[in-house]
Design a protein around this ligand. Structure first.
Ligand code: NAP
Length: 260
C-alpha cells in the first residue's frame, strides 16, 4: 500500500519533490496536494496518476499519514494554527526559520515532527537533504530524492541550512567565468555550455573521490606555476575566501536566531 503523503503549499519546492518522487517509480506514495497554487496543483495532478488535489488544507491533513509543510514562513504560523493534526501523524516542516519546538507546538498532537531542507535538485533526485531529528520514514522519503543527511542537533541542522545560502553565489561565480569568455569573443551560448560542462566535471570528480578533501582537490587542480595556481593565489591574497567565510558566519547567526 502506498503511504499517504500530503503537501501544504504547492509551490516551487513541492513541485520539485513531487516530480522527483513520481519519476522514482514504484508508486510508493499516494500524494495529496493543497489546492493553492491551483495551476501548479492541476499541472502535477494531470501529469502523474498518483497525485491528486484535495479540497482544502484540512483535507490534506485528514487524508495523509505524512504531511509536508511547504508554505512560506510569513504565513506558516497562521496556516498551521487553523489546522487540526492527529496523534501519531508525521509532519515534515520545510519552513525556514521555524524551530522544531515552534513547529511541534503548531502541529500538536502530531508527535513525529522533522525539519528538512530539500533543494530544487530534488526534481532530478539529486538533492542532499538535511534533516533533524532523524525519522526513518523521512529518511526513506528524502533518500528517494537524492541523499538524506540526518543530523543529531538543531545547531548542525542550522549549519547545513546556512551552507545552502551559497547556491546563488555558485551561479554568480559561473556567470563571472562565462561573461568573461563572452567578452573575449566566445558566443554567449557556447560560453555557458563550456562553463557548465567544466563545473559539472568538477562536481563529478568530487563525488567520485570521497577520500579527497576539497582542499586536496584544489591542490590537485593547481599545477605549480600554472594558471590555476595563479587564480587561486590571487583570490586567496585578496581575501575572497575569508570574506566568504565571514558572510556564512553572518548567515549562521541569522539562521540560529530565527530557529530559537
Ligand atoms: N524553494 C526551495 O528551494 C526551498 C527549499 C527548502 C525549503 N523551502 C521552504 O519551503 C517553503 C515553500 O517554499 P517555496 O519556494 O516552495 O515557496 P512558493 O513557491 O512561494 O510556494 C508556496 C506555495 O504556498 C501556497 N500558499 C499560499 N498561501 C497558502 C495557504 N494559505 N495554504 C496553502 N498554500 C498556500 C502558494 O500559493 P499561491 O501561489 O497561490 O500564493 C504557493 O504555491 C518555504 O517555507 C521555504 O522556506 C524552500
Amino acid at each position: 500500500m502506498p503511504l499517504k503523503l500530503g503537501f501544504l503549499g504547492t509551490g516551487a519546492i513541492t513541485s520539485a519533490m513531487v516530480k522527483g518522487l513520481c519519476s522514482a517509480g514504484g508508486e510508493r506514495y499516494a500524494i495529496r496536494l493543497s489546492p493553492r497554487n491551483a495551476e501548479t496543483a492541476a499541472d502535477l495532478a494531470g501529469r502523474y496518476r498518483e497525485v491528486s488535489v484535495a479540497t482544502s488544507n484540512q483535507a490534506v491533513v485528514d487524508e495523509s499519514e505524512m504531511v509536508v509543510i511547504a508554505v512560506r514562513p510569513q504565513i506558516a504560523e497562521h496556516v498551521l494554527s487553523e489546522l487540526r493534526f492527529r496523534e501519531g501523524q508525521n509532519a515534515i516542516s520545510l519552513v525556514s526559520g521555524y524551530s522544531l519546538r515552534r513547529v511541534s507546538g503548531l502541529v500538536a498532537p502530531a508527535g513525529r515532527v522533522t525539519r528538512a531542507v530539500p533543494l530544487p535538485s530534488a526534481a532530478q533526485r539529486r538533492s542532499p537533504t538535511a534533516m533533524y531529528p532523524r525519522d526513518e520514514a523521512a529518511v526513506e522519503l528524502f533518500a528517494l530524492l537524492g541523499t538524506a543527511f540526518a543530523v543529531d542537533t538543531e545547531s548542525e541542522f542550522d549549519a547545513l541550512c546556512t551552507a545552502t545560502a551559497t547556491m546563488a553565489a555558485y551561479f554568480a561565480y559561473a556567470d563571472a567565468a562565462a561573461s568573461w569568455l563572452a567578452r573575449n569573443g566566445i558566443p554567449q551560448t557556447k560560453a555557458r555550455e563550456y562553463v557548465a560542462g567544466m563545473y559539472a566535471g568538477l562536481a563529478g570528480a568530487a563525488v567520485e573521490a570521497p577520500e579527497l578533501s576539497f582542499h586536496e582537490l584544489a591542490a590537485d587542480h593547481a599545477t605549480r606555476g600554472g594558471i590555476n595556481e595563479q587564480v587561486l593565489n590571487y583570490l586567496v591574497e585578496h581575501g575572497v575566501f575569508q570574506t566568504f567565510s565571514e558572510v556564512l558566519d553572518a548567515v549562521m547567526r541569522r539562521v540560529s536566531a530565527a530557529s530559537r
